[in-house]
Design a protein around this ligand. Sequence first.
Ligand SMILES: Cc1cc2nc3c(=O)[nH]c(=O)nc-3n(C[C@H](O)[C@H](O)[C@H](O)COP(=O)(O)OP(=O)(O)OC[C@H]3O[C@@H](n4cnc5c(N)ncnc54)[C@H](O)[C@@H]3O)c2cc1C
Length: 405
Amino acid sequence: MSGGPEHVLVVGAGLGGIRTVEQLRHAGYEGRISLVGAEEHTPYDRPPLSKQLLAGDWEAERLALKDDSGLEDLGVRLYLGLPAVALRPGEVELADGSVLSADAIVLATGVVARTLPGQPEVVHTLRTLDDALALRTDLDKAASLLVVGAGFIGAEVASTAVAKGVRVTVLEAAPVPLVRGLGERVGAMAGRLIAEGGVDLRLGVALREFVPTASGVTVELADGTRLEADVAVVGIGGRPDLEWLADTGLDLRDGVLCDATGRVLGLDGVWALGDMAAWADPETGGHHRHEHWTSTADQATVVSRAITGTEPPPPTVPYFWSDQFGLKIQLIGRPDLADSVEQLQGEGLDGGPIKGTVVGYFAGNALVAVAGFGAARYVVRYRALLQQKADREAARDLAASFVKK
Ligand SMILES: Cc1cc2nc3c(=O)[nH]c(=O)nc-3n(C[C@H](O)[C@H](O)[C@H](O)COP(=O)(O)OP(=O)(O)OC[C@H]3O[C@@H](n4cnc5c(N)ncnc54)[C@H](O)[C@@H]3O)c2cc1C
């Protein structure tokens, strides 16, 4: 590649940051690249934090997204343990007061775990490797765990803890878990998966306060019920932590607003991607922030190609997975665009076995998303239909073809 920027500065040394560096090199970029990270760790993968690492099956080293020689091969200068504290045109200031100038700046700072008002120190959240190691240490000594929030991470932590023989209670404020991600009926089935997995799942409960005790944590609910556990973790989602961008004048209400190639609206020479970035959404005309591994990796390719002026990659269909209670949950597409759901395979939505259930999400007659529960070999086959924007009949035909086999 000739021309293009002389120095690319990537802020955020997580998945989006390292994938951007890799993709820049892949696109032939030979200039300088710097990668700034708030944590001391070299880039690591987060999905195993609530799964293999928490279970004790994997150690931290296995989460590295790039080993030392891989990082060296990329020719990237690392600034670790140094959060960026300000962004100005063409430069970023770091916590130690140093200032890095660059002709292209990429923001990939992810999200931080949300906490509850008055949440005591002893109550865990789970976003970083250090969070996961601290939770694992406590969980290894615990007989009981209290999880606040029945979202994907809360459910995965519950699942891992049950498998370790820990007694788990999950408290969820909503009457149905995961309504925003999966919708009412599929969310209810996800709740059933948690309950059938051996968890005491309490829905529609309001939490009044946490009280740390000598042996653990007590939580008091709005109805006066008191629950005690050795360990507690709050899993109520993430929020972009963008205070360091306050002086840019950007609208930061829900992530950094970008066009459909990740260019930050209102700032020249700056891109943003991953959990922190709300990219223009051609489907709805608004902006959408995905907090998904695959979307982040895909966006890193788009941004790298835009910076290097190389051909953009073909559009992809959003994908998300979660491993819990012995099943892989997979979601392809955009369930948020749907106005109806239909069970394409299995019996989970009718109260039958959840394993093997595949649900189609439809906007009118158009298939917009597919969710599978322990049905990986089928789910993958629906991807092509989603790419082709197929209709209900095509989805039903594909489902029927599996039954015939
Ligand atoms: C426990 C857990 C389990 C998950 N499981 C799944 C899963 O099963 N499937 C799935 O699709 N997704 C999963 N995800 C989500 C997935 O990991 C994220 O979507 C992905 O990591 C997003 O990448 P990112 O680069 O935007 O953010 P991150 O990977 O979070 O990286 C952001 C980095 O920026 C750093 N940073 C923050 N502020 C600054 C600053 N001011 N200056 C410098 N650096 C900064 C942070 O320390 C962090 O290292 C999971 C996430 C977690 C936490």
